[in-house]
Write a protein that binds this ligand. Structure first.
Ligand code: SF4
Length: 336
């Protein structure tokens, strides 16, 4: 029972970038908007960057659920991104932004282009009907298309992500025709839904390998490069058998909220890491190791396809917790 966890770094997040959407598949599920400033957030991250310089303990950061913050804050965020990842923030995500007019978007893109952004990613969940339903926003598909055309006019590159579910399949050609309305697309990539957050509610819409293989060539050419690693649950179980997990090494998850930011500013990195490590180890110990989860909670008859082992672990942990309702786990601290 349980598995060991060895922290190799910390991932520091905060919900400063507000999301204007209420997507039915949102992987995050429980978004916690934060009201404190980007500079307060950056000060905590910088404290950990100093700690990294002394100890080698890695630091990652994410600032919210969308890129919806003003130009000054975006500049701070871009500079912080450079300090953390040692590279420029070149990609802008359109997910979660308010529905700005063409003129507002042109200003928004221009400001960020001047700060080093080079490309724009839009995620589509099928054709307009599928997408607008899943994003709970009428007209959102059309807005993404027009937003990417504004970006193209300003010299930014466009990328399109397509998420596939069963209801999308009858509309594949219609969807791809609409996506081609965007000028200068540098890449289109098809994905499956991650098994995460509210996305768990769409298992009845998950595709099988047979469905994926029977799609038009123009869609198959867009399957994400890693698609050779996509597997049905049945095949993931076999994969797990020949690739047993030793122990979990990963990043601690530190989410800054309005309630804890003051405390995190006062505590030393050693104290924060120590507290988070104790709680994260307890969370990992409460759930069986991967091999045991697979053995007891895997479904060898499931032909549905998942992109990552992490999706599988999340599904197996769900089944375990459903069968053991008395066990409580802070899953925000784990990777499943
Ligand atoms: S835009 Fe992203 S964060 Fe916002 S609801 Fe949709 S999936 Fe969730």
């Amino acid at each position: 029972m349980g598995r060991d966890f060895e922290p190799v770094g910390v991932s520091i997040g905060a919900g400063i970038g507000r999301c204007s959407n209420q997507c039915r598949y949102c992987q995050l599920a429980y978004k916690k908007p934060a009201n404190f400033s980007v500079s307060r957030y950056a000060a905590v991250v910088d404290k950990f960057l100093d700690y990294k310089a002394k100890t080698g303990f890695d630091v990652r950061q994410w600032l919210g659920y969308s890129y919806d913050f003003g130009a000054d804050d975006f500049g701070l965020f871009a500079a912080l991104h450079r300090r953390v990842f040692d590279c420029d923030l070149k990609v802008l995500l359109l997910g979660g932004l308010p529905l700005m007019t063409g003129e507002q978007l042109a200003g928004w893109f221009s400001q960020r282009r001047n700060l080093g952004s080079e490309s724009v990613i839009a995620s589509f969940y099928g054709s307009d009907v599928n997408h607008d339903y899943l994003s709970s926003r009428k007209g959102h598909f059309d807005w993404l298309i027009s937003a990417q055309n504004v970006a193209a006019r300003l010299g930014l590159k466009n990328y399109q992500k397509i998420f596939l579910t069963k209801p999308v399949l009858p509309y594949v050609n219609e969807m791809l025709d609409r996506l081609e309305e965007v000028d200068s697309v540098s890449g289109r990539f098809a994905y499956l839904l991650f098994y995460r957050g509210l996305g768990r509610r769409f298992e009845d819409q998950r595709l099988t390998m047979e469905m994926l293989e029977s799609q038009p060539e123009r869609l198959k050419a867009m399957y994400r490069e890693e698609n050779t690693k996509w597997r049905s649950e049945k095949d993931w179980l076999e994969w797990e058998r020949v690739n047993p997990e030793a122990s979990v090494r990963g990043h601690l998850s530190l989410i800054l909220t309005d309630r804890n930011i003051g405390l995190m500013e006062k505590m030393s990195c050693e104290e924060i890491v120590s507290d988070l490590t104790v709680r994260t180890k307890a969370a990992y110990h409460a759930v069986p190791g991967r091999a045991e989860l697979a053995e007891k909670y895997g479904d060898r008859s499931n032909e549905k396809v998942y992109m990552l082992m992490r999706d599988m672990e999340c599904l197996w942990a769900d089944r375990f917790l459903k069968a053991n309702p008395n066990i409580t786990v802070d899953r925000n601290l784990t990777h499943f």
